[in-house]
Design a protein around this ligand. Structure first.
Ligand code: MD3
Ligand code: FE
Length: 203
């Protein structure tokens, strides 16, 4: 089942569910090499979301700003390679949403525990705004806020659950978005957390 969240945004409910086991095994491999960490905002605040990356490029934030890097600043090693199971799923979802030949070069992995939130923002650090972003939700459900092109625009509240995949492209690409604080809960496979994977063409 797929639903539109407005022009350019396609919600594929449960699209990743049947692939959960393979995704979680691949995720273990990635975080062994590049553990989750809390990055600093340019203003010096510790982000409430814990992050890591895989693929040729990874998104990082520190006092000097936001950017994509080829190496993990914590280890100075390249980011772990993007598991085939990750890339295949992102490409399949993009194709389903009408974006053929999506070639992501970056996968940002966000981890939420109860209380973690992501304040309203735009994703503007990628060079290619024509490529979509594909996001995969795993674990506890969350309320996603989907705004407009201006910060003050009214927000849509969309529950995102385990296995849901959303493809954000075209006119949706620069809409403001965020995540409400994660509520306490228990997921049978992930326990008390939510993991979100976002795939991008960053370079
Ligand atoms: C809509 N992550 O990593 S995924 C992010 O749940 C981010 O971790 C959220 O926002 C999370 O930047 C939301 C859904 C998402 C991702 C990128 C978008 C929605 C988007 C880019 C443009 C519009
Ligand atoms: Fe974002």
């Amino acid at each position: 089942p797929s639903a539109s969240l407005g022009p350019g945004a396609v919600l594929l409910r449960g699209f990743a569910t049947s692939r959960t086991t393979a995704l979680l095994a691949a995720l273990e491999q990635v975080i062994e090499q590049a553990p989750f960490r809390h990055m600093l905002t340019p203003g010096g605040l510790r982000m409430s979301v814990a992050m890591t990356n895989c693929g040729p490029l990874g998104w990082v934030s520190d006092r000097t700003g936001y950017r994509y890097t080829a190496a993990d600043p914590q280890s100075a090693l390249p980011w772990p390679s993007m598991p085939d199971e990750f890339r295949d799923l992102a490409q399949d979802a993009a194709a389903q949403a009408g974006f053929a030949n999506f070639q992501p070069d970056a996968c940002l992995i966000n981890r939420y525990v109860p209380g973690t939130r992501l304040s309203l923002h735009q994703d503007r650090d990628e060079r290619d705004h024509d490529a979509p972003i594909v996001s995969i939700s795993l674990g506890l459900p969350v309320v996603f806020l989907f705004g407009g092109l201006q910060r003050a625009d009214k927000n849509l509240r969309v529950p995102l659950m385990h296995g849901d995949v959303v493809v954000w492209g075209g006119p949706a690409r620069l809409r403001f978005h965020g995540v409400l604080p994660l509520k306490e809960g228990h997921h049978s496979l992930l326990g008390s957390q939510r993991i979100n994977l976002t795939f991008r063409k960053a370079g």
